[in-house]
Ligand binder design. Sequence first.
Ligand code: THU
Length: 160
Amino acid sequence: MKEVKIESTLTVFESFDELPKDVVSLMNKASEARLKAYAPYSKFLVGAAILLDNGEVITGNNQENASYPSGLCAERTAIYYAGAQFPEAKIVKMALTAGSQMQQTVSPIPPCGACRQAIAEYEVKQEAPIEIYFMGETGKIVKSTSLANLLPLGFDRSFL
Ligand code: THU
């Protein structure tokens, strides 16, 4: 028997001032998308912006439904649109921002497990890492250089 230790390294930026300019621009687009989210039930608005290697920026937000499980997260709304419109393009980076209408969201909000699985699929498909930046409405921004960092022991096509 042996123990296996799994570690991830993330970078934490204290504020926008520390971010590269292109990421500030991507995060601003994610914030614009967040404000257009359809989240009447949770009142938790999420925005995602995806930069593709062809220069296109795709945005998405969460779309809720009276039948709760029929709704979809911002990340998957955006990434499936990107996959549908630009199947040959690689995803370079994603910016995510989330905020509640009930209180100010100041801590970084990571993507949910289902979205991590969805993003992981594209990382495998394109054989290149996707940089992920996530934050609340304000405050610190967390960067992961790859989705794999956020989903240890992931399930992928190699098991099929
Ligand atoms: N949500 C996202 O859009 N992305 C996530 O990664 C976490 C959760 C949405 C789903 C639902 O509309 C609301 O946030 C509350 O869970």
